[in-house]
Design a protein around this ligand. Structure first.
Ligand code: ADP
Ligand code: MG
Length: 458
């Protein structure tokens, strides 16, 4: 890409003005008002057209989601490749406050809208229909269904607990999706405990606690909180969560909580919260039985359009017993294997793959290892991933690497940010979210992620 540009400052501003008009016509108005209207063109230098943004958060958001779009627009108008430089100009911040809606990150997603951290979108694949029921999980499923049908009447709070990879998050999303389906305007908030904590910390830092409280209290009809065990030892967050809980409970709003253990087993949690968790319905999810495991595999194969012979399904279900995520993972890996060798999925292939997995030494995946594989895959250097470069050729691999670190390394968002040259946790959150979404709707990204994961795990 050519770095030197010859456009005058005046021309850069005119080009930006034109680009802005094009962009306005192509995206949702609210997105435009929130993210584009506040931008200012401050001219251009040897390194490209300069755009001023109001905050670091805004900068990350634009560069993660729209930089290539903007670059494309400007390049089209200028008739050559233009590099775009984003720079922070805090004096624009007041303009944003006016232009932006009070909270751009509402949870119920409108069509194709990107949502800001920390409240997560619901994953449309996690519905009751795609949830396979068996004796191990039928109680949890029935309770979830009851809550979705009659929020705040049946069981409040509903507390779902069980080991990792058994479908707790899936059920939480299913509840939210069903409520939205019944009534589109329902204000469903799905949030991981960690995201709740980060949101609170940010709000304290930026003196936005009032907005934070409004978001989780008065502007919330249903609160779905994932992995509450993370509250252990986080006193300030517990305090805030306690009041949020009480407010919602008293105003008869549904709360659903998931946890990897029972309330009294969570270390470092206050008694008053523990008793709140216990006052509704506690349901557990156990590892699925053989038949359920086979049914889950068949379902997954069907949705992924994988031809899965019965003997292979049985073989995988016999050997992977304790975790649905692993079960599904084994199928996806097998498929990746088969397509790599242009071979059909057979029992023999499954045996071979499982053997190589079993003999692989137990190693925790390190972020460094992931960065290396991702960099190799995209023919980049690891230092590119840790750099500040915002070009899509670097930012997409970086986002994928962040996503994989989140999935495989058990690190928090800020910890991942650290490993990528000190990126802010909001950057990591939006990267992870972006890739999660792309896995559902972008075949190329999905292919890359799966190929890298295959090399990670074998
Ligand atoms: P947890 O939150 O309990 O760790 P998840 O809800 O993330 O587990 O489930 C892990 C994966 O397994 C997800 O892809 C989910 O869709 C799938 N899964 C778990 N249980 C079931 C089930 N009963 N039927 C279909 N898919 C399931
Ligand atoms: Mg989960």
């Amino acid at each position: 890409m050519s770095l030197s540009t010859t456009v005058e400052k005046k021309d850069a501003a005119a080009a930006w003005h034109e680009a802005l008009e094009n962009i306005r016509g192509r995206i949702h108005r609210q997105t435009f008002d929130t993210w584009f209207r506040p931008l200012r063109c401050t001219g251009n230098g040897d390194d490209g057209v300069h755009l001023a943004v109001p905050s670091k958060f805004h900068l990350d958001w634009i560069s993660d989601n729209y930089l290539s779009f903007i670059t494309e627009q400007l390049s089209g108008i200028c008739g050559r490749e233009v590099e775009v430089r984003l720079e922070i100009a805090p004096e624009l911040a007041t303009a944003v406050e006016e232009a932006a809606p009070a909270s751009p990150e509402r949870s119920a997603p409108s069509t194709g809208e990107v949502k800001a951290a920390p409240i997560c979108r619901l994953n449309e694949r996690y519905t009751f229909e795609t949830f396979v029921t068996g004796p191990s999980n039928q109680f949890a499923r029935a309770a979830s269904q009851a809550v979705a049908d009659k929020p705040a009447h049946a069981y409040n709070p509903l507390f779902i607990y069980g080991g990792t990879g058994l479908g707790k998050t899936h059920l939480l999303h299913a509840i939210g999706l069903q409520m939205l389906e019944r009534e589109r305007g329902t204000r469903v908030i799905y949030v991981s405990t960690e995201a709740f904590m980060n949101d609170m910390i940010d709000s304290v830092r930026h003196e936005k606690m009032e907005a934070f409280r409004a978001r989780y209290r008065s502007q919330c009809d249903v609160l779905l909180v994932d992995d509450i065990q993370f509250l252990g030892g986080k006193d300030r967050t517990q305090e805030e969560f306690f009041h949020t809980f009480n407010h919602l409970y008293e105003s008869e709003r549904q709360i659903v909580i998931t946890c990897d253990k029972l309330p009294h087993e969570i270390p470092g949690i206050e008694e008053r919260l523990r008793t709140r968790f216990q006052c509704g319905l506690l349901v557990d999810i156990k590892p699925p039985e053989m038949e359920t495991r086979v049914a889950i595999l068949r379902n997954k194969a069907e949705t992924e359009k994988i031809t899965l012979p019965d003997d292979v399904a049985l073989f995988l279900a016999t050997n992977i017993t304790s975790n649905v995520r692993e079960l599904e993972g084994s199928l996806i890996r097998l498929q990746a294997f088969a397509s790599m060798y242009h071979a059909p999925i057979t029992l023999e292939l499954a045996r071979e793959q499982l053997k190589s997995l079993a003999s692989a030494p137990e190693r925790a995946l390190s972020p460094e290892h992931i960065q290396k594989l991702v960099a190799n895959y995209f023919s980049l250097k690891v230092s590119d991933l840790r750099s500040q470069r915002r070009h899509r050729a670097v930012s997409l691999p970086r986002q994928i690497a962040m996503f994989l670190c989140r999935k495989h390394c058990h690190l928090s968002f800020p910890e991942i940010g650290e490993r990528f040259g000190g990126k802010d946790h909001t950057t990591v959150i939006s990267a992870v979210r972006k890739i999660e979404t792309s896995l559902g709707n972008d075949g190329d990204i999905k292919k890359s992620v799966e190929a890298i994961e295959t090399s990670l795990l074998v």
